[in-house]
Design a protein around this ligand. Structure first.
Ligand SMILES: NCc1[nH]cc(CCC(=O)O)c1CC(=O)O
Length: 323
């Protein structure tokens, strides 16, 4: 039985093309589930979208993409927010919760270039664009002859900078390109063995304001949105985000965590590295997918045994030094 829906629901979203695509996807699915409910999208600009001249890890991290949307929900201007899960901090502010994690798109990193077929084809000194510390570390570790330069902005901005010739190649999440119908720009998909994905990459999440006090209209949003939750994705990202949380949980750290599930068994891989790629800790665990949180803790323990904390301290010192 479908939950009782209100006559109207408002989705808060960033205004980038990818964010709007994702909000529209959720809007369409809710309209099918609750045909009598009028679902609309409230587009808004966040601080993360405005600050484009500095690396996010230096101006406060990914939370900058979600704060304004949370304020809209707290004010009653919106009922839910759709996010790329990768941009959602590990700990949500008091009074907010994730109501659903949607089925994952391709979680891999994509190599995008107009002239080259893959990282292995780039000549020494070629400039690769990415602002992700994780991608930077991985490139430095596997392809030390390449030069990594920062690259910020939404997908169209980043592709524009590539096309202008500022970079020989750029690395982007495959999920965003696929969702926006730009899959043909992908020259190569990076195997998880080379470029282990970030926690939550490729998954969308729905956030709601959530307290013990019921809403004035008596609507149980958590129950209303539950049918959009994908159990396997939810288990995978629970494990991945646990690893991230154990190590300080932000994009200020070069950390990868990636879980796959086969017949109820999870394989969880995780990695931390210094930005120069010289020190890397990586670990892997297997176990029942329902034990996602414990698997996250186990892989974090294994990383710690390989000096992950010292590696992260070195990464942080390097980042602070560069700021
Ligand atoms: N860091 C920004 C961000 N957040 C989510 C995505 C892509 C879509 C996704 O992972 O779901 C991107 C762009 C990128 O990393 O290239």
């Amino acid at each position: 039985m479908a939950e009782q829906a209100p006559s109207r629901l408002v989705i808060a979203s960033r205004e980038s093309r990818l964010a709007m695509w994702q909000a529209e996807h959720v809007r369409a699915r809710l309209s099918i589930l609750y045909p009598l409910c009028d679902v609309t999208i409230l587009g808004m600009t966040t601080r993360g979208d405005q600050i484009l001249d500095r690396s996010l890890s230096k101006v406060g991290g990914k939370g900058l993409f979600v704060k304004e949307l949370e304020v809209a929900m707290a004010d009653g201007r919106a009922d839910l927010a759709v996010h790329s899960l990768k941009d959602v901090p590990m700990d949500l502010p008091e009074g907010f919760a994730l109501a659903a994690v949607l089925e994952r798109e391709d979680p891999r990193d994509a190599f995008v270039s107009n002239d080259y077929d893959g990282l292995g084809d780039l000549p020494p000194g070629a400039v690769v664009g990415t602002s992700s510390l994780r991608r930077q570390s991985l490139i430095a570790a596997h392809y030390p002859h390449l030069v990594v330069k920062p690259l910020r902005g939404n997908l169209d901005t980043r592709l524009g900078k590539l096309d202008r010739g500022d970079y020989a190649a750029i690395i982007l999440a495959a999920a965003g390109l696929k969702r926006l119908g730009m899959e043909e720009r992908i020259r190569a998909l990076l195997a998880p063995e080379t470029s282990l994905p970030a926690a939550g990459q490729g998954a969308m999440a729905i956030e709601i304001a959530h307290t013990d006090t019921p809403r004035a209209d008596g609507i149980d949003l958590m129950a209303l949105l539950a049918p959009l939750n994908d159990v396997a994705t939810s288990q995978a990202v629970t494990a991945e985000r646990r690893v991230s949380k154990v190590f300080g949980g932000s994009c200020q750290v070069p950390l990868a965590a990636y879980a796959t599930i086969d017949a109820g068994t999870m394989r969880l891989r995780a990695m931390v590295a210094t930005p120069d790629g010289k020190r890397v800790a990586s670990a892997e665990v297997h176990g029942p997918a329902v034990d996602a949180t414990q698997l996250g803790d186990q892989v974090a323990d294994k990383l710690r045994q390989q000096d992950a904390l010292a590696i992260l301290a070195e990464a942080k010192a390097a980042a602070d030094g560069a700021a």
